[in-house]
Design a binder for this molecule. Structure first.
Ligand SMILES: [Zn+2]
Length: 49
């Protein structure tokens, strides 16, 4: 089964992206993504509902 997670900007806590994640993968994702709110690339961490 495929699980969808949200990616949250660490600086403004805006949920900017949704991405599928394999259920076996246990470590937290952390990606550098462009944040519309901050208008720059920031670290995004995964957020589970
Ligand atoms: Zn941001």
């Amino acid at each position: 089964m495929r699980e969808y997670i949200s990616l949250v900007c660490k600086e403004c806590s805006n949920r900017n992206y949704r991405t599928p994640k394999k259920t076996q993968q246990t470590e937290k994702l952390e990606l550098n993504k462009f944040c519309k709110c901050c208008r720059k690339h920031t670290a995004h961490k995964e957020y589970k509902k």
